[in-house]
Ligand binder design. Structure first.
Ligand code: 5AD
Ligand code: SF4
Length: 441
């Protein structure tokens, strides 16, 4: 059967869609060229904000109306429960994020039952990859137990669970033997790896470098894999910014000097209400440690504007924190109450127009800050992993430096461009807020 998967949401969802694609291909199905060509369309949904959920559910409704065989997977399914079939009466099947391993069986059975929303975590779904790329996502931990006041994720992705280190190392080895050069380790809070359930056991060899914390120890084990050029990871909580983590960044050149460290707010009052378990000063201490190690260490973040009770003063505290941390990039979200979360019980009292204004202010601050940060790199030489021709301009190639900054460079006519997945040196000759321009050394 020819299938197509539409993905909304974060990298976790991108990864889940890849796993479903790999499982369906292994079961003998084929990827469709387009929606018209597809016999089965699956929508992988997000529910982190109301708009995100509406987009995915709306798209699914359109597909159902067009008479396609349609499945819905992902976070919105878990939040909506069996109501999903009331919202979408023509939907053929629905599975939550921890039940995606059931999809090949549902498709094979062919009768498309209105499935009870399963909770099975299937190792097939955690470890299936589509062959061919030089980059791969590897799930190291699923779920989250942080319970930030605004966040629906613990309800939809379940409890935190770390995969055994041995399984992850074996998976990465096999990816590398199939041509992968860069892995991105995924989890809601990767620095909590191995803290809730043990990921290492007595049968594992001790850490050669004397690492005692499970996540840095995992980095050490992965850095010993020949042929693996880059290790990235996301997303993180500042509590995990330990000295051992800093040592791992320093010791292993494969570990990219970038951290996506969502701060959410720069106001201590708001941070406490959110249940983030750090203060503004503690957050800044964590970022200062990383920048002391390497001034070009790339820091990116997520911020919520218009959280219940957020005053002008709280907002200004967020603005000043963002300047103090010197974020290379940031993602700004307007607060959206999610049913059942703690903050949803509070009045959503920042007017929409004010949320919009705060959003715009932070975006334009970031534009200026991103440009300033990037300009510092002009004249320096960066190591870039070549990815392929730039989407906008085919005479250019595009890649990323260790800080996850996009770098583009001209490829002269007749010149053989670098192969995708190779590391090359580029001298930076120009900088924009979101892009660097380089030339071959
Ligand atoms: N409203 C707005 N933004 C949210 N995020 C998570 N929950 C909400 C919400 N209820 C943002 C956070 C998180 C990012 C993935 O989405 O900033 O880091
Ligand atoms: Fe990712 Fe959260 Fe959206 Fe789920 S709800 S796809 S975990 S951002």
């Amino acid at each position: 059967m020819k299938f197509l998967i539409h993905t909304y949401g974060c990298q976790m969802n991108v990864r889940d869609s890849e796993a479903v694609e790999a499982m369906l291909l292994a079961a003998g199905h084929a990827k469709a060229e387009s929606e018209d060509d597809a016999e089965l369309v699956i929508v992988n949904s997000c529910t982190v904000r109301q708009k995100a959920e509406e987009k995915a559910v709306g798209k699914t409704g359109n597909l159902c109306a067009a008479g396609k065989l349609t499945g819905l997977m992902g976070c919105a399914v878990k939040r909506l429960g069996n109501d999903v079939f009331k919202r979408l009466p023509k939907l053929d099947f629905a599975v939550g994020p921890r039940a995606i391993g059931l999809i090949p069986k549902i498709v094979a059975d062919g009768c498309f039952p209105r499935l009870e929303l399963g909770e099975e975590m299937m190792s097939d779904a955690l470890s299936s990859h589509v062959k061919g790329g030089f980059q791969a996502f590897v799930t190291i931990l699923v779920g989250c137990d942080n319970r930030c006041s605004y966040c629906i994720v613990p309800d939809v992705r379940g409890h935190e669970y770390s995969r055994p280190a041995r399984e992850i190392v074996a998976e990465v080895r096999s990816l590398v033997s199939n041509g992968v050069k860069e892995v991105c380790l995924l989890g809601q809070s990767v620095l909590r790896y191995g803290l809730r359930n043990a990921a290492w056991d007595d049968a594992d060899a001790p850490s050669p470098g004397g690492y005692t914390e499970p996540f840095p120890r995992l980095l050490e084990a992965l850095a010993s894999i020949d042929g693996l050029k880059r290790i990235r990871f996301t997303s993180a909580h500042p509590k995990g910014c330990t000295d051992e983590l800093v040592r791992a960044y320093q010791e292993f050149p494969q570990v990219c000097r970038h951290l996506h460290l969502p701060v959410q707010s720069g106001s201590d009052l708001i941070l406490a209400d959110m249940g983030r378990h750090y203060t503004r000063a503690e957050y800044l201490a964590a970022t200062a440690k990383l920048r002391a190690m390497d001034p070009e260490f790339s820091l990116t973040t997520d911020v919520i504007v218009g959280y219940p009770g957020e005053t002008e003063e709280d907002f200004e505290a967020t603005r000043s924190l963002m300047d103090a941390a010197g974020f290379d990039n940031s993602f700004i979200f307007k607060y959206s109450p999610r049913p059942g979360t703690r903050s949803a019980a509070k009045p959503d009292d920042v007017p929409t127009a004010e949320k919009e204004r705060r959003d715009q202010v932070l975006l334009s601050d970031q534009e200026r800050r991103g440009l300033e940060r990037n300009r510092r790199l002009v004249g320096t030489v960066r190591e870039v992993m070549a990815e392929g021709p730039s989407k906008r301009n085919k005479a250019r190639w595009s890649g990323r430096d260790g800080g996850n900054r996009i770098v583009v460079w001209d490829v002269a006519e007749g010149e053989v461009p670098a192969s995708a997945g190779s590391l090359i040196k580029l001298r930076i000759i120009d900088a924009h807020a979101q892009i660097l321009v380089g030339e071959r050394e």
